[in-house]
Design a protein around this ligand. Structure first.
Ligand code: FES
Length: 315
């Protein structure tokens, strides 16, 4: 829950990668090295309108001189990707957070099966680099609509060689997730991409009784509210015994902040992981897309998650 370092970085260069993807390299204007990061990490990019977007780092963690991100111009975005496409030029200054990693990646765990869809390829670039460097067994399945819309593919071909498998829907090839999972029973499974791909992998993993600790997903899209109906609940602060009511129309985060707990937040949609808190007792309705099932046993994201009955927070 510690505040996250935010730096004013400069755009070093911008490259057009595909028709709708640009690659941006950020550097620190005065320091030769940026904070260290690990494969799978992402940064928050703060835009001039006050909005914040998360982007996975797709460079080489050993190169501390730049943070490299790939940005897809999303037709239905909230404007962040379009702003970067229209305004990012060399020399532009933007606030960028220190990296954070919710993708629990350890190359030493055995065979890795990586499944990427479109721009969801970005966190896998440093991962495959590390897997190759450490001589680990892996396969990267890369699903895209066409050859032309596959970002970073040349780099991946160089890194992965035959371990890169491409699935191109316009050419009639599609990854059969159920068959893949039945053939890869003892692997670490990672997925990042559009919601339909993540859901397909999640469903197939459930059907295959895939161990939850070996399924790793990264989403940058908040859960749809659907039929979720927020209800009021009580929260108890363990250190002081103070109690508050969280009304149905307010978040736990806003009630905590109003009562003097300065909890830092960025996205307020359960996507970035900034507001993470620990709880000691109670049943949580988790509404984030960040925490693993294991972490959900003791942590919650108060910007979106709620209690069912009383919650005791470790504050
Ligand atoms: S502020 Fe981003 S997860 Fe809560």
């Amino acid at each position: 829950m510690a505040d996250r370092l935010i730096m004013k970085l400069s755009v070093r260069d911008v490259r057009t990668e595909t028709r709708d993807v640009i690659v941006i390299n950020f550097l620190h204007p005065r320091r030769p090295e940026l904070p260290a990061w690990s494969a799978g990490a992402h940064v928050d990019v703060h835009l001039p309108d006050g909005s914040v977007r998360q982007y996975s780092l797709c460079g080489d963690p050993k190169d501390r001189s730049v943070y490299k991100i790939a940005v897809k111009r999303e037709a239905d975005s909230r404007g962040g990707s379009a702003w970067l496409h229209d305004n990012a030029v060399a020399g532009l200054g933007l606030h960028v957070s220190a990296p954070r990693n919710h993708f629990d990646f350890d190359p030493e765990r055995g065979r890795h099966v990586l499944v990427a869809g479109g721009i969801g390829i970005t966190p896998f670039v440093p991962m495959v680099r590390q897997l190759v460097e450490t001589g680990q067994d892996f396969v990267l399945h890369y699903c895209t609509r066409s050859r032309e819309t596959a970002p970073l593919v040349t780099e991946l071909e160089e890194i992965c060689g035959a371990k890169l498998r491409r699935w191109i829907s316009e050419e009639g090839t599609r990854l059969d997730v159920a068959t893949l999972l039945s053939a890869e029973g003892n692997s670490e499974l990672y997925v990042c991409g559009p919601l339909n791909l993540i859901s397909a992998v999640e469903d197939a993993a459930l059907h295959a009784s895939w161990p939850e600790e070996r399924l790793h997903m990264e989403r940058f899209t908040a859960l749809a509210n659907g039929d979720f109906e927020p209800k009021p609940f009580d929260v108890v602060i363990a250190s002081s015994g103070k109690e508050f009511v969280v009304p149905a129309d307010r978040s736990l985060l806003s009630v905590l902040n109003e009562n003097g707990f300065a909890i830092h937040s960025t996205c307020e949609t359960g996507v970035c992981g900034t507001c993470e808190c620990e709880y000691l007792e109670g049943t949580v309705q988790h509404r984030d897309v960040v925490l693993t099932p294991q972490k959900r046993k003791s942590k919650l994201m108060p910007c979106v998650s709620r209690g069912k009955g009383a919650l005791v927070l470790d504050l």
